[in-house]
Design a protein around this ligand. Structure first.
Ligand SMILES: Nc1ncnc2c1ncn2[C@@H]1O[C@H](COP(=O)(O)OP(=O)(O)OP(=O)(O)O)[C@@H](O)[C@H]1O
Ligand SMILES: [Mg+2]
Length: 196
């Protein structure tokens, strides 16, 4: 119980986000149903998966399709199993890191959290204007995790092609890590926020 509390506290996942679960994720269309299945299977198999080379999962594409919801639902379940997860709101985290780049000790500490977390949830990858400095930071984090075989859960409004266009080195590592577990949502009708 104590350990679970500590995991929750360190995750950076807000109270509101704790409510994003599999139970309240409705299979409103075949794509949502497939994504939910994949997410639940990921949790079920995680202890085995984490030892494997391709041990990550990605939810890409259409805004409002439930990418963050499912990513957080996975994180919530993993934390219940005693696995540490760190939530990284991409835009906020990058801004914060860049603001502190001159404070070497603090910076290494901060970026080190993202590099070394047992599981890293990158939410809204490449949201906003992306600069070379942003890409350098992401490369450092992703490459470290790639080399160490540390799992990532990725949500991004960009699809596979776009991820590779932003930066092939980062994109191809992410895609390799998530091999076999990438959901691409396509079509505005999948936007849950706009449901009639
Ligand atoms: N299938 C679903 N069942 C229940 N709630 C859903 C479902 N899909 C999305 N939602 C809800 O709709 C809202 C939008 O979903 P979410 O934030 O996960 O979308 P997203 O794909 O991450 O969008 P964005 O690209 O804007 O970040 C959230 O409140 C989420 O809980
Ligand atoms: Mg989102």
């Amino acid at each position: 119980m104590k350990q679970y509390q500590r995991i929750l506290q360190n995750s950076g996942i807000s109270e509101a986000f704790r409510k994003k679960t599999f139970e309240n994720f409705e299979p409103v269309n075949p794509k949502a149903e497939l994504a939910k299945k994949m997410a639940m299977e990921y949790v079920r198999k995680f202890e085995q998966l984490r030892k494997e080379k391709y041990n990550s999962i990605a939810f890409l594409g259409q805004v409002g399709a439930g990418k963050t919801h499912l990513s957080i639902a996975i994180a919530n379940e993993l934390m219940k199993q005693g696995v540490g997860v760190l939530y990284m709101q991409y835009r906020e985290a990058i801004i914060h890191l860049k603001q502190n780049i001159l404070d070497e000790i603090y910076y290494q500490d901060e970026i080190g959290r993202y590099k070394m977390a047992s599981v890293l949830l990158v939410d809204d990858l490449y949201k906003g204007k992306v600069t070379d400095a942003d890409l350098n930071i992401m490369f450092e984090i992703i490459n470290y995790r790639y080399l160490k075989g540390l799992p990532i859960i990725v949500s991004s409004e960009y699809t596979i092609d776009k991820l590779l266009e932003f930066d092939e080195a980062i994109g191809s590592r992410i895609l390799e890590m998530c091999r076999g577990r990438i959901v691409e949502f396509e079509g505005i009708e999948l936007n849950y926020r706009l449901r009639a």
